[in-house]
Design a protein around this ligand. Structure first.
Ligand code: ADP
Ligand code: ZN
Length: 223
């Protein structure tokens, strides 16, 4: 039996994609839509970490202050949370990797499994627009859907269109913390783009415009 042939034909249905962009660029929204389109897991390290903060377990207690102040949590914690998803072989990562160290770790794990990333989707947007966008952002506490009071309000104030869950403003979406998150992004996360450019993996797209149009353009690149 030709195991390698079988593996590669099964492999062609899999997607291994990383979505990178500054906070508020819409990467979470796009990552969710793409995951649904390709039926692969959407893995948001921010969501995973917030779950731990919500249950107040030992990881949650270690990371809450860092997250609420706009800083990154240690690489080891994040890698521990997503290792299983990498090994699962198909994923859309949203918020990971966030440092060059994390990108190298992801490559090393994929390499040890004989796998590679298909594409890095880089969603760009100017800092000033980000600060304006995030000030009205609301997130569904139950399903994670994202709204904006000005640009994309829910039908019923404070309630999710999809699941009826309560909408919340994240603790780290206040203006000073958003600025701190942007600084963290420019200093620690942006250098990953060059790292992936050298590997020829980056597809850059503006985060300005209609959500569906942006998804369609990304999908055209990934299909
Ligand atoms: P955003 O990208 O909109 O800022 P996320 O939900 O992706 O929001 O992340 C929220 C916070 O979770 C980050 O500010 C950071 O503290 C933490 N975090 C998420 N992913 C990582 C990661 N890969 N490495 C370190 N910290 C992370
Ligand atoms: Zn919801």
């Amino acid at each position: 039996m030709d195991i390698s042939g079988a593996a590669s034909s099964a492999d062609s249905h899999k997607k291994r994609i990383v979505v990178i962009g500054p906070p508020g660029a819409g990467k979470g929204t796009q990552a969710k839509l793409l995951a649904a389109r390709y039926s692969v897991p959407h893995v948001s390290t921010g969501d995973l970490l917030r779950e731990h903060v919500g249950t107040n377990d030992h990881i949650g207690r270690d990371v809450q202050f860092l997250m609420d102040s706009g800083n990154l949590v240690p690489d080891e914690i994040v890698v521990g949370l997503i290792k299983d998803y990498i090994e699962g072989g198909s994923f859309i990562f949203d918020g990971f990797p966030r440092t060059v160290k994390q990108a190298e770790t992801l490559d090393a794990i994929l390499g040890s499994l004989g796998m590679k990333l298909d594409k890095v989707v880089y969603v760009t947007i100017q800092d000033e627009i980000i600060v304006a966008r995030m000030s009205g952002r609301q997130t569904c506490a139950d399903c994670g859907a994202i709204y904006n009071r000005e640009h994309n309000p829910s039908l019923k104030e404070g309630l999710c269109n999809i699941c009826g869950g309560l909408l919340r403003v994240r603790d780290d979406d206040s203006a000073p913390v958003v600025k701190r998150r942007l600084n963290t992004y420019h200093a620690l996360t942006e250098p990953i783009i060059d790292y992936y450019r050298r590997k020829g993996l980056v597809y850059e797209i503006s985060g300005l415009g209609q959500i569906d149009e942006i998804t369609a353009r990304i999908a055209a690149e990934l299909d």
